[in-house]
Design a protein around this ligand. Structure first.
Ligand code: 13P
Length: 249
C-alpha cells in the first residue's frame, strides 16, 4: 500500500535556529508515524534542517528552484545545489509563485523536467482560483495545468512525481474544500494522470490536498479514496498542530 505523506510548507518563515528547534521537538513525536513526514523549508535553513533531521524519519526539501543548471541568474538556486546539501524534493508551481512571481505553466514544466533530471522529487502544485471554480472551469484548469506542467515527462520519471491539489481560494483563507469537493478534484486529477501516464503509474502517485489544512479537518480529508496526504502551510509552523495533522494519517 502507498504510504501517506504530509509536507509542511513553511513559506518565508523560520530562521536557522528556529528550524533546528522545531525539528528537535517534532522528531520524537512523529518517529512512529504511518505517514512520510516532509518539511519544505527556506533555502537558508536546508543544511541545518538536514543535519537536525539525520537519524529521524523527517525528509527535507526546498520550496522552489530555477530551471537552468547554472548561469547568470542573480538570486536563483539550481537543482544540483539543493541536491548537494541534502534536499530530497522541491515544491514547484505553488500558487504564490504563479501569482506573485508570474510563473507560467511552460516555465514550471521546465523546472519539473530539470528536477527529475537532477534526482529531486518534484511536488507539482496545481489548483483553480475562486473565479475559475465559480465559472465551472475547475476541471479545465486542472487538466491544462497537468498537461502543460508535465509535458514531455516520460512514464518512468513520472512515477517519481508528487501532485498537490491546492485550490487557490483555500490557501491561507481558513476556507478548506469539503472532503467531497477535494475528492472530486483528486479523482479527476487521477483520471488525467491515467490518460497521460497509464493506470499503473497514476494509481501509484500521491495526490496531496493543500489549503487551510488543520488538525480538525485532516482526518475527514484522509477518509477519501484519492487523498493521499496533505501540503500544509500555516498549521505546519507549530509543532503541536503539525504533529496532530500527521497523527491523522
Ligand atoms: P495554508 O495551509 O496556510 O492554507 O497554506 C497552504 C499552502 O499554500 C501549502 O502549500
Amino acid at each position: 500500500m502507498k504510504k501517506s505523506m504530509v509536507i509542511g510548507n513553511w513559506k518565508m518563515y523560520k530562521t536557522v535556529s528556529e528550524t533546528v528547534a522545531f525539528i528537535k521537538e517534532l522528531a520524537p513525536l512523529v518517529e512512529n508515524s504511518n505517514a512520510e513526514v516532509c518539511l519544505a523549508v527556506p533555502f537558508t535553513s536546508i543544511t541545518a534542517a538536514v543535519e537536525a533531521a539525520k537519524d529521524t524519519n523527517i525528509v527535507i526539501g526546498a520550496q522552489n528552484m530555477n530551471d537552468a543548471s547554472e548561469g547568470a541568474f542573480t538570486g536563483e538556486i539550481a537543482a544540483i545545489m539543493l541536491k548537494e546539501i541534502g534536499a530530497e524534493f522541491v515544491l514547484l508551481g505553488h500558487s504564490e509563485r504563479r501569482t506573485l512571481f508570474h510563473e507560467t505553466d511552460p516555465y514550471i514544466n521546465r523546472k519539473v523536467i530539470k528536477a527529475l533530471e537532477d534526482d529531486l522529487t518534484p511536488v507539482l502544485c496545481i489548483g483553480e482560483t475562486a473565479a475559475e471554480r465559480e465559472e465551472n472551469k475547475t476541471e479545465e484548469v486542472l487538466q491544462r495545468q497537468l498537461e502543460e506542467c508535465l509535458s514531455g515527462v516520460g512514464e518512468e520519471p513520472a512515477s517519481k512525481l508528487v501532485i498537490a491539489y491546492e485550490p487557490v481560494w483555500a490557501i491561507g483563507t481558513g476556507k478548506t474544500a469539503t472532503p467531497q469537493m477535494a475528492e472530486e478534484a483528486h479523482a479527476f486529477i487521477r483520471k488525467c494522470l491515467t490518460k497521460q501516464f497509464g493506470k499503473k503509474i497514476a494509481q501509484g502517485l500521491s495526490i496531496l490536498y493543500g489549503g487551510s489544512v488543520k488538525p480538525d479537518n485532516m482526518a475527514a480529508l484522509m477518509q477519501e479514496k484519492n487523498i493521499d496526504g496533505a501540503l500544509v502551510g500555516g498549521a505546519s509552523l507549530q509543532v503541536k498542530n503539525f504533529s496532530a495533522i500527521i497523527q491523522c494519517c
